[in-house]
Write a protein that binds this ligand. Structure first.
Ligand code: KG4
Ligand code: ZN
Length: 385
């Protein structure tokens, strides 16, 4: 197979319409992302019907823009890759239908990519651009985004990647907790980047979130019989408790009046600056935000590093929208080396949804001849294996 295969990736699983071209799984040629933040912001979260409508509107122009930036045409592509899950069913369907029609009309192979696998390959793509050094196995990936908080052991067998899930969230994803907390506090959408920006103004030790608010019942071993890992611990997460704890705090401290005033004031500002956020939050709110972020970052790093120890992990990939969080990056950069674990992140831009990661994840499938038929369906709850 030609190592220089050009793959056009299409991503539409949530609120970003994206197209990108990657050569040989390692050279990013072009990447275009149309964000729908402006569409969903007035509703404080993603509205699935509006997301599908925006994807329908954006898929063709975004893909044309990716080709134009690359100075290439549809005919130059060797394969069309598309996210077929997990994500919003209607949103996924728009991308899958578009990719299928392209593959059919152009008579090119179609490659289905799991969105979570895409996030993992965002790191691998950028690492390959930085150095030729081989990864040291075992490799663990923490995929932490608005929809997922998953730990996967990633293994290369021949040319193909295989994944074993060793932990996931029992309820809310970490990014979801950021978004819901920001919404509750009248800060706007999406909450992760906003909380990241204003946490520096608060005292992270001011509000104590207890371990009980982040815990869940321990669960051991994989159900499949005969596995070596059967007796190993699972590393699950839970983030709905901390969201409820923030709500209780807001209730007991009678903060709702101030929250509503803040929400209205911030809505009047098109692009609030850090200073706008700071000046519309009192000390107590700033401290609450900083404490919330610190608790989530602590929990994510603590559980992930414990999993690294249990599985003798040498390389950790931290990826997904929440991997853009500065406090999370700093904490992993501090904790990793102490345990002899090399930690890799995507650039902050590649942490959130994009199609370069989809085109990159498709490349090993191209090499293995793992193509999808035109019966490919969108699967909202697609699992990664
Ligand atoms: O990967 P992504 O773009 O979409 C999903 O696959 O879900 O992740 C979006 C999520 C949102 O919940 C957003 O609030 C969160 O990532 N996020 C952040 C940051 N940037 C994005 N969370 C914390 N800190 C950030 N800097
Ligand atoms: Zn994502």
């Amino acid at each position: 197979m030609d190592k220089r295969a050009l793959i056009l990736g299409i991503e539409s699983s949530c609120d970003e319409t994206a197209a990108a071209i990657v050569r040989g799984g390692e050279e990013l040629i072009s990447s275009v992302v149309a964000s729908q933040i402006a569409t969903h912001a007035p509703f404080g979260g993603v509205v699935p019907e509006l997301a599908s409508r925006e994807h329908l509107r954006n898929l063709v122009p975004v893909t044309r823009a990716a080709l134009a930036k690359a100075g290439l045409s549809y005919a130059d592509m060797d394969a069309i890759a598309v996210t077929n899950g997990p994500g919003l069913a209607g949103a996924l369907l728009t991308g899958v239908s578009f990719a299928k029609s392209l593959a059919w009309a152009l008579e090119k192979p179609l490659i289905a990519v799991n969105h979570i696998e895409g996030h993992i390959h965002a790191v691998l793509l950028e690492e390959r651009q930085k150095s030729d050094e081989a990864l040291e196995f075992p490799v663990l990936a923490l995929v932490v985004s608005g929809g997922h908080t998953h730990l996967f052991l990633a293994e290369l067998r021949g040319d193909g990647w295989h994944y074993e899930n060793i932990g996931h969230t029992r309820d809310d994803a970490a990014g979801e907790a950021f978004d819901k907390t920001a919404k509750l506090l009248g800060l706007g959408y999406p909450g992760g980047p906003i909380i990241d920006r204003i946490s520096k103004f608060g005292n992270a030790d001011a509000v104590k979130f207890t371990f009980a608010q982040l815990k869940h019942e321990a669960r051991h071993g994989s159900k499949r019989a005969g596995r070596m890992e059967q007796d190993r611990k699972r590393f699950d997460f839970s983030y709905s408790g901390i969201k409820t704890a923030v709500l209780r705090y807001v209730e007991t401290q009678e903060m709702f009046g101030a929250i509503e005033a803040r929400r209205r004031a911030l809505l009047q500002i098109a692009m609030p600056t850090d200073e706008d956020f700071r000046s519309h939050c009192d000390r107590q709110t700033l401290d609450l935000i900083a404490s919330f972020q610190a608790a989530v970052v602590d929990d994510l790093t603590h559980r992930t590093m414990a999993a690294c120890e249990e599985y003798g992990v040498r390389t950790l990939l931290v990826t997904g929208g929440v991997a853009a969080n500065r406090a999370l990056r700093a904490r992993f950069e501090q904790r990793g080396p102490r345990s002899g674990v090399l930690v890799h992140f995507p650039s902050r831009l590649m942490s959130t949804d994009n199609a370069a990661m989809i085109a990159a994840a498709a490349y090993p499938k191209w090499v293995c001849g793992e193509f999808a038929g035109l019966e490919l369906a969108a699967e909202a709850n697609l699992e990664l294996r």
